[in-house]
Write a new protein. Sequence first.
Length: 122
Amino acid sequence: MAQILALVNEERARAGLNPLVASHRLTVLAQSFSDDMARRGFFSHTDPDGRTPWDRAAKRGIGNLGGENIARGHPDPRAVMEAWMRSTGHRANILNRTYRTLGIGVNLTGANGPWWTQDFGY
């Protein structure tokens, strides 16, 4: 989602950090996780099968995953970004100076959604 990437990079610019670049591989990872959370009705970084973000990344051959942000119920990109920036851990991911890439996923169809995922890479 271009709007989320733009909002992330606005926050990074305010903090004097380099912008992140969209990653197709991380976007596929993030989208699949948003879809999985919506389909199976869970909300956690660890899925019901016990897989962590790094497990899911490794299964797809991704070795540069640095962190993950998730959210649900925020109606649009600006609202979810505001929520992430109010959260210490999520904000730390967005402003992590070592991250270089970002994948974004959103599922708009699941109950209790939208379901949002950001996957950050080195």
